[in-house]
Design a protein around this ligand. Structure first.
Ligand code: ADP
Ligand code: ASP
Ligand code: MG
Length: 410
């Protein structure tokens, strides 16, 4: 049995007219004799609408009930789309996370997929030609509904493709592929034919929401080729795959940004062994993603420590740190919510110097102040005032001449 996995995002299923276009995409592999697993997101805006409803009760609604609520968005699009296919005489059914089942841990709102029962999915595919599966959701050991974090339908699709060992997972969205930067922010952005898992991982973790980061982790781990393309055209998109010897590594392949960031600083922190563990262990236990950690050299046994967290986790982070004030020992907690991260990414950077200085010069020429810097082998990230995000993205895109094709080869 040849199985094709296709995922369609919120804008692709946003209304019945778009769902008809989605059907055309599904009909292609179906008519070629393949079984098709269609993974759908909620109609665009629906997840936000449901989250806003939940927040009417409380700023921190019960996490398990919040997941039960937001998962209904995907249930609606799956049921509607399955009805449409059935009207065309296609044998299909909708499948929710708990019906598959897609087993996850119980971290509501950011659950991780633990297991997918391949035999059960294959059994359903024996009975039906198309399965319309709800993205973003799963269920835990206690039979409660969980969700996988924003953008989680990408991860559902890639995990399903990995579980049933599909060769390719097609991710259909509202842009024609992965670009050198967000095409909705920079008109010069250029579509890439291919990108390596590592570059895509960096792009996604630095904010390029075209793919959820965990979907890329799954794809890399299980060697699933991901093809990102448009629901609204037939042009080939971008293939995310492993680096092969024939692929020329671009010095800089893309610019990503993340406006959903906040800076936290612990002032006059006691500099003694174990302090960092005391600070970051409780944050990790709460699944708060800490990034860009900088600690200054200490003076008289005291230091300042600064790091970034997602904006949505600031309150919880500050509360946790405040409760550690005396145990850990620091004078003040400072935070800034008006910051964003802008990152330059490229596997070719591994063997090159001069990328950082070129980026800093370009930002300086536009009078953009850099608040923090962090680097890895294949990326440079600058924390800046978020009002300059767009300017910084365009400036760096231009500085590395990304509109003309990859700059320099490694
Ligand atoms: P979907 O609802 O289909 O999952 P998303 O909104 O999650 O779609 O992701 C697609 C969006 O990602 C695009 O509309 C675009 O604005 C944004 N994006 C950010 N960075 C990039 C990039 N480098 N390439 C393509 N799209 C990007
Ligand atoms: N509907 C969910 C969200 O808006 C999941 C997804 O679209 O991938 O985040
Ligand atoms: Mg998405």
């Amino acid at each position: 049995m040849n199985i094709v996995v296709q995922k369609f995002g919120g804008t692709s299923v946003r209304n019945l007219e778009c769902q008809r276009q989605v059907m055309q995409k599904v009909l292609r592999p179906y008519r070629e004799g393949n079984k098709v697993i269609v993974v759908l997101s909620a109609m665009s805006g629906e997840t936000n609408r449901l989250l806003a409803l939940a927040r009417e009760w409380s700023a921190n609604p019960d996490p398990a009930e919040a997941d039960s609520l937001v998962s209904t968005g995907e249930q609606i699009s799956c049921a509607l789309f399955a009805m449409l296919l059935k009207q065309q005489g296609i044998s299909c059914r909708s499948v929710l996370g708990f019906q598959a089942p897609i087993m996850t841990d119980c971290a509501y709102g950011k659950a991780r997929i633990m297991n997918i029962d391949e035999t059960r999915i294959r059994a359903m595919l024996n009975e039906y030609d198309v399965l319309v599966m709800a993205g973003f959701q799963g269920c835990d050991d206690g039979q409660r509904i969980t969700t996988l974090g924003r953008g989680g339908s990408d991860t559902s699709a890639v995990a399903l493709a990995a579980a049933i060992k599909a060769d390719v997972c097609e991710i259909y969205t509202d842009v024609p592929g992965v670009f050198t930067t967000d095409p909705n922010m920079c008109t010069d952005a250029r579509k890439m034919d291919s990108i390596t898992y590592d570059e895509m991982l960096e792009m996604a973790s630095m904010g390029a929401k075209v793919l959820q980061i965990r979907s890329v982790e799954f794809a890399k781990k299980y060697n699933v080729t991901v093809h990102v393309r448009s629901t609204f055209s037939d042009e080939p998109g971008t293939v995310v795959t492993k680096e092969d010897a024939t692929m020329e590594a671009a010095l800089v392949s893309g610019i990503a940004y993340d406006k959903d960031q906040a800076r936290i600083t612990l002032i006059n922190l006691h500099d003694k062994p174990g302090v960092s563990a005391q600070i970051f262990t409780p944050l990790a236990e709460q699944r708060i993603l800490v990034d860009m950690i900088v600690q200054n050299p200490s003076k008289n046994g005291k230091t300042d420590m600064t790091f970034t967290v997602p904006r949505a986790d600031v309150d919880q982070t500050l509360k946790t740190l405040d409760s550690l004030r005396y145990e850990v020992g620091f004078d003040e907690l400072d935070s800034n919510l008006n910051v964003s991260k802008v990152s330059i990414i490229g596997v070719g950077m591994r063997n090159h110097s001069g990328v950082a200085s070129r980026a800093f010069r370009a930002l300086a020429d536009e009078n953009i102040n850099i608040l923090m810097i962090s680097t890895s082998e294949i990326k440079i990230t600058c924390l800046i005032d978020d009002k300059y995000t767009e300017l910084a993205v365009r400036t760096l895109h231009k500085a590395f001449e990304l509109e003309n094709g990859p700059l320099g080869k490694a």
